[in-house]
Design a protein around this ligand. Structure first.
Ligand SMILES: Nc1ncnc2c1ncn2[C@@H]1O[C@H](COP(=O)(O)OP(=O)(O)OP(=O)(O)O)[C@@H](O)[C@H]1O
Ligand SMILES: [Mg+2]
Length: 287
């Protein structure tokens, strides 16, 4: 832990600009969001990007379980013990940095200004170390979840082809669009039984969004239903590492390739940082 904190402090000296923040969200639970966020993060790391995966799933964070490692610290140590943020970062496979989720994370909403300010100052340090910061958010939409999504640079909205999952995903997309019509949303339809089924889901979703919300989705991608996911969860090894040739891993790698094709510009200092945006959105709720 000490060595790691030391190395993170050293990295701080190499100011990279602003990390790109990506929120992984869903309407319905259990649609594969954490697995996608984790494998996406590992695949970026394999492509020489430096990534921090931040488990912000309210009360049910499980990234450390998917990795088969028992984390010593979680985000709650930052709020309850005021630990420095580089002290709670763990290292996973392929040197992926991650922060484990707390078990009582709804407290985030009730944090007093002192704790929130501490979080913001600590977070700002991270934004200068990493290329990408990825949030695995809880299913559904609380005002805190919505604030994190809107403050991020873009969002991956995960659903399955089931009408219930699609309807719930639409409700979240609607909330996002009502606040920011231009917000980039990448729809991922996971667990498709066939390409035809997946393509139909994406097209229908896009059409409803275009008709009722009058905006174009960034793009849509499909991921297959694949038993490799269950095996990977049981073995506690991310699927892109367990079986890189499996259909799910190939699909995930394609999504990362497309993502990087659209994100190949160097990181730049943005006019409004993630923290400033998050402050604005959370501030609205705290009035
Ligand atoms: N592409 C897939 N093919 C087959 N099974 C899958 C696939 N994706 C997810 N699953 C199954 O769904 C389960 C839930 O996945 P995961 O924990 O990633 O979902 P989640 O959306 O993060 O759930 P929660 O809302 O509880 O956080 C996995 O353990 C696996 O059994
Ligand atoms: Mg999850």
């Amino acid at each position: 832990m000490y060595d790691q904190a030391e190395s993170l402090r050293n990295q701080l000296k190499n100011n990279k600009g602003q990390a790109k923040t990506i929120a992984f969200a869903s309407g319905k639970g259990g649609v594969g969001k954490s697995n996608i966020a984790l494998n996406f993060a590992i695949e970026l790391q394999q492509r020489r990007k430096s990534v921090l995966l931040f488990d912000l799933d309210v009360g049910m964070g499980n990234i450390d379980i998917l990795l088969g490692s028992k984390s010593k610290y979680s985000i709650m140590n930052l709020f309850t013990d005021f630990l420095p943020i580089h002290g709670i970062i763990e290292l996973g496979p392929k040197n992926l940095s991650y922060i484990a989720g707390g078990t009582n994370l709804h407290e985030l909403v009730h944090l007093d200004n002192e704790r929130l300010d501490y979080f913001f100052s600590q977070y700002s340090e991270l934004a200068r170390i990493y290329d990408y910061i990825i949030f695995d958010l809880g299913a559904g939409i609380t005002s805190t979840t919505l604030s994190f999504i809107l403050a991020a640079d873009e969002c991956f909205m995960i659903t399955t082809p089931e009408p219930t999952a699609i309807t719930d995903a639409y409700s979240v997309v609607k909330q996002i669009v009502l606040h920011d019509k231009q917000f980039p949303i990448h729809l991922v339809v996971n667990r498709c039984q066939s390409k035809k089924e997946g393509k139909q889901s994406v097209q229908r979703f896009k059409k409803v969004v275009a008709t009722f919300l009058e905006t174009d989705m960034l793009q849509g991608s499909l991921l297959p239903n694949d038993r490799t996911v269950t095996t990977a969860v049981m073995k506690q090894i991310p699927y892109v590492l367990l079986n890189p040739q499996a259909p799910i891993s190939k699909g995930l790698k394609n999504i990362v390739t497309e993502f990087l094709d659209h994100n190949n510009a160097p990181n730049q200092l943005k006019s409004i940082s993630f923290v400033e945006k998050l402050k604005q959105y959370l501030g609205v709720q705290r009035k």
